[in-house]
Design a protein around this ligand. Structure first.
Ligand SMILES: [Zn+2]
Length: 161
């Protein structure tokens, strides 16, 4: 069976720590805490990468760029995603659309949705109309509440190039 459409799901979460730059979706948000990670901690781009890699049936981000690799220390996640996208494109796929949910009580997402859509779309050689982004409160529940962390879910649709 050959399918010309493929769907993928990505998920990531990071703690937020004071004094870290708040980089999400490839842009820096004005906030006094940012994601902690081996790379810049951009949970949005990490979940996007896993969604498109998963849709293409390729290895996941953690396998391609292990957090034990000293070269990845402080890595710019835009470069990681661009590299992942290159593999997806080489496998013969183009972007259909992405839907991104960012659950956090840290930075405000709504004022930056347009910039984030443009940033993610550019990295995937697509248009902002193909990328939706929305913020979600945690209703004060769980370990990520009160701005302690950020969790991201992404669903991606790819089409045969
Ligand atoms: Zn991550």
């Amino acid at each position: 069976m050959t399918l010309d459409l493929r769907i993928g799901l990505g998920f990531d979460l990071h703690r937020l720590a004071p004094g870290r730059p708040c980089i999400l979706g490839g842009i820096e948000l004005p906030h006094d805490a940012g994601p902690v990670g081996h790379s810049d901690g951009d949970a949005v781009l990490h979940a996007v990468a896993d969604a498109v890699l998963g849709a293409a049936g390729l290895d996941d981000l953690g396998t391609l760029f292990p957090d034990t690799d000293p070269n990845g220390e402080g890595a710019d996640s835009r470069a990681l995603l661009a590299s992942c996208w290159g593999r997806v494109r080489e496998a013969g796929w183009a972007l259909g659309n992405l839907d991104v949910v960012i659950a956090t009580e840290g930075p405000r997402i709504a004022p930056h949705r347009a910039a984030m859509r443009a940033s993610i779309a550019a990295l995937l050689e697509g248009q902002p109309e193909q990328v939706n982004v929305k913020g979600k409160s945690l209703e004060g529940m769980g370990a990520l509440a009160g701005g302690a962390g950020v969790a991201v879910q992404v669903v991606a649709l790819l089409r045969r190039a």
